[in-house]
Design a protein around this ligand. Structure first.
Ligand code: SF4
Length: 103
């Protein structure tokens, strides 16, 4: 993570480093943040805690793809309001409080 007095926040800096410079950062957008919260991956919801927890789980060379896959998973299945738990591939592994019982 890089940030400072230039007005660029940590998420923007991490996105730029990942997408443009191909550095092994782990940007946390709203979808990834939601997944990390539901899966209780980080000790808090602070940006630094979430990105650090994900870096522990995802090796550097897989972070770019992992970032994209998590975003797509959040957009397509684990929605904010009504997660599509009935077709979720990790349903049996998920212990999120807002997991919905399958029909
Ligand atoms: S089971 Fe539901 S809450 Fe858990 S990851 Fe899947 S879609 Fe999200």
């Amino acid at each position: 993570m890089v940030s400072g007095s230039c007005g660029v926040g940590p998420k923007t800096a991490d996105v730029w480093l990942a997408m443009v410079a191909r550095r092994p950062t782990m940007p946390v957008d709203t979808h990834i943040h939601r997944l990390a919260r539901r899966w209780r991956l980080a000790p808090s919801e602070e940006y630094e805690d979430v990105t650090a927890a994900l870096k522990e789980l995802i090796r550097p060379r897989s972070r770019f793809l992992g970032h994209l896959v998590l975003i797509e998973f959040g957009r397509d299945i684990c929605h904010a309001r009504r997660p599509a738990c009935d077709r979720c591939p990790v349903y049996d592994l998920c212990d999120a409080e807002d997991r919905r019982p399958r029909q």
